[in-house]
Design a protein around this ligand. Structure first.
Ligand code: SAH
Ligand code: SF4
Ligand code: F3S
Length: 464
């Protein structure tokens, strides 16, 4: 970087809402900003560029953007050099309507246009407001620069890796196919190369990302284009990545039940690096509701996959997503969901009240249960989950496990750190251990939300 560029170095702050794809997109944006001479600000108030990476999955998530934008009015008006941008799923959904609605907003970038952020930020400083939300069907958007040396990331031995993007499933309640566009899969060779580079930098655990991650390469396979596109079946990709030297743990999120094939089940039995945890969203335990959601499986089909996974890997931890209060959901449907939760014995779940999203088919499906009924169902479901989780956690007491340390935890009574075990459970460990360390621990206590472990000995000392 020459001196002239050095002088114009600006500071940024990114606020991120939503899922892991959004978190990872924010990392990609931050990396791009580093390559363009930006550096992180010490606090949001001190930044010259503030970006909000938004989520639109439920109305509440979308509303957080509007609250944030309101709060940033004063920040923006305090200096003419300040630039405010909005990206992510609400940006994709609303486009330039956001510019019209919020006069202090400078630019809007869609989920396929991360690469434009530095240019749009520069233009905004010259007074040009813009919105870019066009969709790109090419693989170009995956071609992002390698990590900038000054962009250390979180440095705790873990990295997200995008394998596919978009969703063509169109579940009737879901906005994602409209905010993330059509499914597209990266060539396996470029994923392997990225993972090898990460491993050389000290990354030992990766999470493969995609809106329906195990649909990886499916369109290429159906068109007999896999070879030309460089894609392979998802389980084969997992196997390739497990051979990358230095990679000790592989996770993936979120798989869709209908693409959970025998090959992926077998990988859970055979691939040592593949963690014994699957987050497999089921949404409902009622076949009638599942059909209205257009999930394309029945409860029995879901349970068959769970049984196959358990046969392959008896200790596997299964977590899920659940929706209550879907249009037409009766009390009997809801009881069926509770029943399914018991039958599977979910280790944990994310549960939500159905939220109508613009342009989705479920909006036309008719009456939703009254809000107090939906609220009571959610509370009952969450109470059951609390019991199931606690039972799983109690069964772990006395066991030994390995925790990748993520950072310091905020617990009363002395220093402690937290991390995740292979089953993706949060384990708190009293004492000081460096982030990135794989620590051997013995579980000594169970709480409804996490486990408490005592360090036996650090497995290796090398933190990323
Ligand atoms: N691709 C994943 C889900 C991604 S969205 C899958 O198919 O399983 C994450 C979760 O948000 C969903 O699993 C669902 O439980 C919830 N969700 C999505 N749309 C919703 C809506 N309109 N109202 C309430 N919850 C919703
Ligand atoms: Fe949404 Fe369904 Fe796609 Fe998941 S599979 S992202 S729930 S449309
Ligand atoms: Fe939200 Fe978009 Fe993810 S809607 S959940 S940020 S794909």
């Amino acid at each position: 970087m020459n001196e002239a560029q050095e002088e114009t170095k600006r500071t940024y702050w990114v606020r991120t809402f939503g899922c892991q794809m959004n978190l990872h997109d924010s990392e990609k944006i931050e990396n791009l900003l580093h390559h363009n001479g930006f550096r992180p600000a010490a606090a949001q108030d001190e930044a010259e560029l503030v970006l909000i990476n938004t989520c639109s999955i439920r109305e509440k998530a979308e509303n957080r953007l509007y609250t944030d934008l309101g709060l940033l009015r004063d920040w923006k008006s305090a200096s003419p050099n300040r630039v405010l941008g909005v990206g992510g799923c609400v940006a994709q959904q609303e486009g330039d309507a956001l510019l019209r609605r919020f006069s202090h907003l400078d630019f809007v970038f869609g989920t396929h246009n991360l690469r434009l952020v530095p240019t749009m930020a520069d233009a905004a400083r010259r007074g040009q407001r813009s919105a870019r939300t066009e969709e790109h069907a090419s693989l170009d958007r995956f071609e992002l620069p390698a990590r900038h040396p000054d962009f250390a990331g979180r440095g705790n031995g873990h990295a997200f890796v995008t394998v596919m993007e978009g969703c063509d499933m169109f579940c009737t309640f879901c906005i994602v196919p409209r905010t993330r566009g059509r499914e597209i899969s990266r060539p396996a060779a470029s994923i392997v190369e990225e993972v090898a580079n990460l491993a050389r930098r000290g990354v030992r655990e990766i999470t493969l990302l995609g809106q329906t991650v195990n649909a990886y390469g499916r369109h290429d396979a159906r068109r007999s284009q896999s070879e030309a596109a460089g894609t392979v079946p998802f389980a084969a990709l997992v196997r390739q990545l497990s051979a990358v030297p230095g990679i000790e743990r592989i996770r993936y999120t979120s798989p869709h039940p209908i693409f959970f094939d025998a090959d992926l089940v077998a990988a859970h039995a055979e691939v040592e690096a593949l963690c014994p945890h699957v987050h497999l969203p089921v949404q409902s335990g009622s076949d009638a509701v599942l059909a209205q959601m257009r999930r394309r499986y029945t409860c029995e089909e879901y349970l068959r996959r769970v049984d196959a996974l358990r046969a392959a890997r008896p200790d596997i931890a299964i977590t899920t997503d659940l929706i209550v209060g879907f249009p037409g959901e009766t009390d009997t449907d809801f009881r069926a969901t509770l029943d399914l939760m018991q039958r599977v014995g979910f280790v944990d779940s994310f549960s939500f009240k159905y939220s109508p999203r613009p342009g989705t088919q479920a909006v036309e499906l008719g009456d939703v249960p009254p809000p107090d009924v939906a609220q009571a169902r959610l509370a009952e479901l969450q109470e059951l989950q609390r019991e199931l989780t606690l039972a799983h956690h109690r069964a772990r007491v006395g066991q030994e496990t390995v925790v990748r340390v993520e950072g310091e935890s905020h617990r009363r009574g002395g220093k402690s750190v937290y991390g995740r075990d292979p089953y993706h459970r949060v384990v708190n460990i009293p004492g000081e251990l460096a982030p990135g360390l794989f620590a051997e621990v013995r579980i000594v206590e169970a709480t409804p939300h996490s486990l408490i472990g005592e360090a036996i000995s650090p497995k290796t000392a090398a933190a990323a």
